[in-house]
Design a protein around this ligand. Sequence first.
Ligand code: FMN
Length: 243
Amino acid sequence: MSGREAHGAGAGPTGPEVGATGAGPVADPADVFDAFDAGLSPDAQHVAGLGLAADAQDLLFRRARTANTFTPEPVTDDQIRAIYDLVRFGPTGANAQPLRIVLVRSPEARARLVARVSANNAPKVTDAPLVVILAADTGFHETLPRVFPHNPGARDWYADPAFRESQARFNAAIQIGYFLVGIRAAGLSAGPMGGFDAPGVDKDFFPDGRLRSQLVVNIGRPGPDAWQDRLPRLDADEVISTV
Ligand SMILES: Cc1cc2nc3c(=O)[nH]c(=O)nc-3n(C[C@H](O)[C@H](O)[C@H](O)COP(=O)(O)O)c2cc1C
C-alpha cells in the first residue's frame, strides 16, 4: 500500500472542505487525492452534500483501516472516556444505550481472553496495547425511567427476556459501530474481532449472565504492516434501491 495512509489526527490531506452548510460538490479534480487507493471512483469523491470536512471524512472512513498490528503506545482511560463521551450521542431505540465497554487491563484478564479467541486472533489480542470487550446489557430496561423519562411505561415494553436480549444486542451493535468510528476520531485504529468463543467469554467475564459479549476490539496506533490491501466495497447501485 502507499505510504499515504494516515491514522493520526489531522494526518489526512488538506483537501477542500465540503461546506459546513452541505452546499455544493467539491469540484476540483486535482483534489481527488487517492480515489483508487480508497477503492472509490473519482465521482464518489465528489459527492455533494456531505457536511463534514474532507480531512475528517478521510480520518473516519476513507483512510481509516482495520489494524492488525499496533505500536506499544498505551491507550489511556481518558482516551476511551473521550471516545465514549463523543459517541454516546449516537441514537438507540428508546434511548436504551445497552452497550457496555470492558477494558481488559490486567495481565490475568488478558490471558483469559486470549484463551477464548481464535488462533488467528490470539497474537493480536496478546500484543495490542488495549483490548476491550464490547457487550450488550440485557438489563438495560432498568435505566429506562432515567434515560426515557417522558414515557414511564417504556420499561414494560421489554418485559419478555428474549425480546429484551434481542433489543439489547441490536442496539449494542449499533453503538459498536459508533464506537469504532469514535476510535478513529481519536486518531487511533481499531481491530474488531468476532472470532472468539462468545459463550466462553460470557462465562469467564460475565458470570451473572446479564452482559452478553458482542465483539472484542484491539485499540492503538497502527504498527508495522498493520493491514493488507483495501478490500473492495459494494457500489451504491448494488446497495441502494428506491421503491
Ligand atoms: C464485526 C467484525 C468482526 C470482525 N472479526 C474479525 C476477526 O475475527 N479477525 C480479524 O482478523 N478481523 C476481523 N474483522 C476485521 C474485518 O475483516 C475488517 O474490518 C474488514 O475486512 C475491513 O478492513 P479495512 O477496515 O482495513 O478496510 C472484523 C471486523 C468487524 C467489523
